[in-house]
Ligand binder design. Structure first.
Ligand SMILES: [Zn+2]
Length: 372
């Protein structure tokens, strides 16, 4: 295993942060996988999962069983990891710019499409290499002026040429779930099975500019753009893996997740050995647009009636919002049926605050059903 250091832009002459990557295997053999954890720096279960995975990879390396290239970035966000406010970790938004750390990644499809129009050929594999070369050049030509943009550039330079990119996050209180893109649903399903995803939410161009979209989206968008003219492969399967709730940083769970990731890498033939039998799919994928967010209709004490992972029927009560002065209880119901895959950690709500999300099976306009 090789360790690489990638210095970020500095904000003053006395301090310097860096992104650190761990490299297993060799480039150009059986493909490349990139895994990073804690891009939202206060979401730590993925960091522990990678700690367990690297122990498995160390043993695989000693046995000569790493067939491809595997890059781990256990601390994807050294900026956010230092952010605290009154003892609480604050790793989702950059204190300096206010930006969500998982937004505003550059649009590689747009950056390379013009050049490719003159270079692409009738050969699929040649086009894969050509697109990756164009992406590498475009990324290297970027001249970030802020530390956060230099972090985005450094991450993408490590990930852009991977065949599989997994971004490990978690939610406030949640069961394991995945976000991915609809064109890659078939390739994401094995991951959903191994990791035991209770929900898989698929979108086609959510427009979020998230890290996983920045890696995976260029390929299907270029394929659409050049359809009928040049063959474009599915060059990078990317997904965001939500490893339960923030507080679930536990060895047993992380060891289980690492074993699932290892099995998925065997399935992708990056690691030697037969992948274990694929478990049954816990829940079929649902559209990202079908996910219903329940909001608090008024201020009050929040009491959830279900644990994360519960199946919620349409019109079923999900949350009580209690006015401790007037004594009234508002009942918040779901207007869709589906798994409540995450819920907030907030237990006293301001009006309009997000409470939880239910993975409905069809795209919807949104809204909640509220009864007294
Ligand atoms: Zn996150």
């Amino acid at each position: 295993m090789r360790v690489e250091h990638h210095p970020l832009l500095t904000r003053n002459p006395c301090t310097r942060r860096e992104l650190i990557s761990l490299h297993y295997g060799q480039a150009g053999r059986a493909g490349k996988v990139y895994l990073q954890a804690s891009l939202h720096a206060d979401e730590l279960p993925g960091m522990l999962a990678l700690h367990h995975l690297r122990q498995l990879l160390d043993r695989a390396e000693a046995r000569g069983e790493i067939l491809g290239e595997i890059v781990l970035v256990p601390i994807a966000n050294p900026i956010g990891l230092e952010q605290t406010l009154m003892h609480d970790a604050m790793g989702r938004f950059d204190f300096n710019s206010g930006e969500n750390f998982n937004r505003r990644y550059p649009d590689l499809a747009e950056m390379v499409a013009g050049r490719l129009a003159h270079e692409l050929t009738a050969d699929l594999d040649q086009n894969r290499q050509m697109i990756r070369r164009a992406m590498a050049d475009a990324l290297k030509q970027m001249q970030p002026v802020t530390e956060i943009d230099s972090l985005r550039q450094a991450q993408l330079l490590l990930a852009f040429d991977a065949d599989v990119v997994l971004d490990l996050h978690c939610d406030a209180q949640a069961v394991v779930h995945l976000y991915g893109e609809t064109p890659y649903s078939a390739q994401i399903e094995p991951l959903a099975r191994y990791i035991g995803a209770q929900a898989t939410l698929l979108a086609e161009g959510s427009g979020a500019g998230s890290f996983d979209e920045a890696c995976g989206q260029p390929w299907w968008r270029l394929a659409e753009q050049f359809a009928g003219r040049f063959p474009i492969p599915s060059g990078c399967i990317a997904a965001t893996v939500e490893l339960r709730g923030e507080a679930q940083v536990e060895h047993a769970l992380a060891a289980q997740d690492a074993a699932a990731l290892y099995a998925f890498l065997q399935h992708r033939a990056i690691l030697a050995g037969a992948a274990p039998p694929m478990p049954a799919l816990a829940r079929p994928a649902t559209p990202f647009d079908g996910s219903l967010t329940l909001h608090a209709p008024c201020a009050g004490l929040v009491v959830f009636l279900h644990q994360p992972g519960a199946w919620i029927e349409c019109d079923e009560p999900v949350v009580h919002i209690i006015d401790p002065i007037g004594g009234a209880t508002q009942v918040v119901c779901s207007s869709v049926s589906g798994v409540m895959y995450m819920r907030s950690a907030i237990r006293f709500a301001a009006p309009g605050v997000e409470l939880c999300k239910v993975a409905g099976t069809t795209a919807l306009e949104g809204g909640v059903v509220v009864s007294a």
